[in-house]
Design a protein around this ligand. Sequence first.
Ligand code: PLP
Length: 312
Amino acid sequence: MESSEFIWMDGEFVKWEDANIHVLSHSLHYGSAIFEGIRCYETVDGPSVFRLPEHTDRFFRGCNLYRHTLDFTAEQFNEAILETIQKNNLKECYVRPIAFYELGTIGVRPVAATKRARTRVAIIAFPWGAYLGEEGLKNGIKVLVSSWKRVHHSQFYTSAKASGAYLNAIAAVMDAQDKGFDECLMLDMNGYVAEGSGENIFIVRDGVVWTNDGTNSILEGITRDCVMTIAKDLGLELQIRNISRADLSLADEIFLCGTAAEVTPVRQVDHFTIGNGSRGPITEKIQSKYFEIIRGKDENYKRWHTPAYTDK
Ligand SMILES: Cc1ncc(COP(=O)(O)O)c(C=O)c1O
């Protein structure tokens, strides 16, 4: 990964190489950090953070679930994100805020009666290109249906972007890539499709766009919300329903979406070719609208943008 110069830590900027934490951090041992993944795009109106309030809202909710105490408001947090981008003089970047427990207790419970591990917060902004590759964005990726199931929503908070949750995704994506695929798709505990290691899924059949929801143990993504809005605005029929494994092989088109992956077509699932084996027409329509929107080229979606440099 490409580094930048400064990292925001607990209200101050420190040099990239000095942003260190204690080895006894509770979050290092038990995965109790909450993080976000946000993109800032160079738009026709200058650098702009995409869907900042929604990311901040999810971050605060996740922190609340795992009892992190934040000593700033959502507005102050948004301001700190913009300052981090400005301080590093970035025009286009990925922003990774993270709240984690420092040392304080070695017990599993971070907030004990007498001891409390302190929550610390960092915001890192750095350049980052297409997560699943430019080629993947254009021609689609190969996806393996994993033998690892997505952890069920009755087992922990699947709606929180918690670092520990990613062990499940890591196991699945390592297996998929070892087998020559680009990404995994996990099924939920009932055998329905859940999501990729860092993306939600949409399928298209007979012109209808489908996706699943929180009952399938997914992290309900902000890009998923963008895609649902775009699909409706384009006049497409949208359904929220279970997706079975058979639905994958019968689909005319499949695509994955997420802040990092943006809108990435799927050209193959296991050994089934999807559609004509490249980006399908409805996927292309939604993807190109998404790219127009993130670049600020569609007036109707300006509400999703927060200018990163208020003086520009
Ligand atoms: C497991 C998982 N599902 C879905 C998503 C997509 O969410 P978003 O569109 O908010 O980035 C992500 C990425 O954050 C993720 O990690």
